[in-house]
Design a protein around this ligand. Structure first.
Ligand SMILES: *[C@@H]1O[C@H](CO)[C@@H](O)[C@H](O)[C@H]1NC(C)=O
Length: 424
């Protein structure tokens, strides 16, 4: 880790134009110095110059974001002087490690109305925000949030489960800091019938500190409930809300520069490029946002959380949703209870968003998969409303994207073409 950071710094150092650094306004130099003190950075003169250059770029970015009435605020947090590669070490989702077979159970669409608001923090099923550090272990943190939530409900006790066991043991002979996939954690606990609590298997943000996965002296924390597998949730916001009404969920999405610099408010990110890179967890929703618990410590974002806009794709936030299924045992749980998270999503509303840009050229219907011409789904108004409505919120009126209706007397055949029914 150390040597790769050093190499990164050298590589960037070579590209720094020192004239440009020297010409920059004095004010930002002062700001960088107080930032470096505040963040406890100890840079050599050479490194300081290149870090300053990255910091200035972040400053310009944050200023331009905050000028735009986006509905959320950005700030210069600890990412402000990190290179793109260093920022990437705080992620760790690897899609190629996703299971290729469908989960044993999946959430069926319900037509029952959902609650307007769900808050599992207030419900006592969420532990305080954790910090993965610069190890690509997001997948283990996203997984434990949902596990802790389900365990609190089924096992009867809120406990911190150990990301480090997952990091050391899920991918044997391979570094867990190099990335993973959240649902593999539930397969691991089901197969091995165990997962320690953090107090018995502390997080070190490094791999295989112990050389390998050695659990001989580490007690199991899954005492009053065992993992039997996980439930997969179909893509789309409505399915996700339905899952969230049951429990906190493990999710994935794409982290962008905007997300790195997020401070507060309701985020509606339009800058994603389409590939998920980070696993997190959702722990509730309101009529306007989804509450997402990140694993970058409480100094990042809104006390470690980010609120993501409703009716928006949010960089695939609703595409890889899952939660573990647990079964109660006859044992009682002898571990100490964790303190509860005390974050209040309403405490810090953030700025009021300006009007949505219309039309949004990047707007895509995230429910497209369901909006293929399948009579069973999108031709029925109730399913159209639930599954096929636009999620960008600002391109609903795009006439080219409206669902096409077959001419009267014809129906949509399984091949997608409108024909007389007997021709299908
Ligand atoms: C993702 O995992 C696969 C399989 O282990 C590996 O070959 C690939 O290098 C990983 N990708 C990244 C970006 O680490």
């Amino acid at each position: 880790m150390k040597s790769s950071l050093f190499l990164t710094v050298l590589a960037v150092a070579a590209a720094v134009n020192y004239d440009e650094v020297l010409r920059s306004p004095r004010l930002s130099v002062k700001e960088f110095h107080s930032f470096a003190v505040q963040q406890d950075r100890h840079y050599t003169t050479t490194e300081s110059a290149l870090r300053y250059k990255i910091f200035r770029r972040s400053m310009e970015f944050v200023n331009s974001e905050n000028k735009q009435d986006l509905g959320w605020e950005s700030e210069l947090n600890f990412f402000a002087d990190l290179t793109t590669e260093e920022r990437g070490q705080w992620l760790g989702l690897n899609v190629s490690l996703a299971p290729t077979s469908a989960p044993a159970s999946s959430l069926a669409l319900s037509e029952d109305p959902l609650p307007d608001t769900v808050n599992w923090i207030a419900g006592g099923r969420v532990t305080p925000v954790k910090n993965q550090g610069s190890c690509g272990s997001c997948w283990s943190f996203g997984a434990t949030v949902a596990l802790e939530g389900v365990y609190a409900a089924v096992g009867g006790k809120l406990k911190n489960f150990a990301e480090q066991e997952l990091l050391d043991c899920v991918y044997e002979k391979r570094s867990g800091c190099r990335g993973g996939w959240h649902t593999t954690c539930y397969d691991y606990s089901r197969r091995n019938n165990r997962l320690a609590i953090t107090a018995n298997y502390p997080y070190t943000a490094t791999d295989s500190d112990r050389g390998a996965c050695d659990l001989s002296s580490v007690p199991d924390g899954l005492q009053s409930a065992k993992v039997t597998g996980y439930t997969g949730v179909d893509q789309g916001e409505n399915f996700h809300l339905q899952a969230l009404a049951i429990t906190p969920t493990a999710v994935a999405f794409e982290v962008t520069n905007s997300l790195h610099m997020y401070r507060s408010g309701v985020m509606k990110d339009r800058t994603c490029r389409g590939s998920v890179n980070h696993a997190v967890a959702a722990v509730g929703y309101s009529p306007t946002y989804i509450v997402v618990k990140n694993s970058w410590g409480a100094a990042w974002g809104d006390s470690g959380f980010v609120k993501m806009a409703r009716n928006h794709h949010n960089c695939k936030l609703h595409d890889y949703v899952a939660y573990p299924t647990l079964q109660a045992t006859s044992d009682s749980d002898t571990d100490p209870e964790s303190v509860q998270c005390d974050y209040d999503p309403e405490a810090n509303p953030g700025p009021t968003p300006g009007p949505d840009p219309k039309p949004d050229p990047d707007c895509r219907d995230e429910f497209e998969g369901w909006c293929r011409p399948e009579p069973a789904w999108c031709d029925k108004p109730v399913y159209f409303e639930k599954l096929c409505r636009k999620t960008c919120g600002n391109c609903v009126e795009d006439p080219t994207k409206k669902p096409d209706v077959c001419p009267s007397g014809t129906v949509r055949c399984p091949d997608g073409i409108c024909k007389h029914e007997h021709m299908c």
